[in-house]
Ligand binder design. Sequence first.
Ligand code: COA
Length: 188
Amino acid sequence: MRTDTVFSGHNIIEFRKKHGSKPLRLPLRPDYAIRTARGSDLAALWQIERRCFPTDPFSRQSLARHIRSPRACVILAERKGAIIGFSLVLFAKGRSVGRLMSLAVAPRARHGGVGSSLLQAAELAGFRFGVNSIQLEARRNQVNFYMGRGYAPFSQLARYYADGGSAVRLRKGLTGGGDTVVPFHVRG
Ligand SMILES: CC(C)(COP(=O)(O)OP(=O)(O)OC[C@H]1O[C@@H](n2cnc3c(N)ncnc32)[C@H](O)[C@@H]1OP(=O)(O)O)[C@@H](O)C(=O)NCCC(=O)NCCS
């Protein structure tokens, strides 16, 4: 199901209308495209990963493995042929929770809605994959970004990151099922 999924601006906007907890400032006519990653994107993705997570980036090999894996979805944003960000979400066998492992936008491309679009595309992938929530670990200074997008903190992990920083664990429900953290209503 995953690698051929097309993430058009249209289906992200539709998904947001149905499942988003609050309106986000996403450009109506984005000047970037969202699509799933291919093997040939690896070098650019790894460069962004290292730039955004200097203390504990995924290895190049791990990223390559995730791009190939049927239980992972690597989604990227591309502007004028250049990759400007990506999200990576994992779907473990038999689990109803998708894990967002990475969300990274190149510094020059931030604050234009790219990160929010990539997060929503990861949620859309999770919804299609059949998980009922998305879970992630974030540094404290990123918690507001996720809370503004419907995620609720539920625990903390001390000394989680390689530099000794602790993490906050957050979760967002994608369906109306028992795992739902943030209430929402499916319309239409
Ligand atoms: C976190 C990260 C992915 C956000 O990416 P981004 O592309 O800047 O995200 P967005 O543009 O969607 O949102 C960022 C802010 O810009 C604002 N924004 C969005 N569109 C905007 C626009 N058109 N004009 C002005 N501001 C805008 C948003 O409101 C948001 O502010 P808020 O969090 O206070 O609501 C990016 O900063 C990053 O890669 N950081 C380093 C890696 C990291 O920490 N990742 C998360 C780890 S768990």
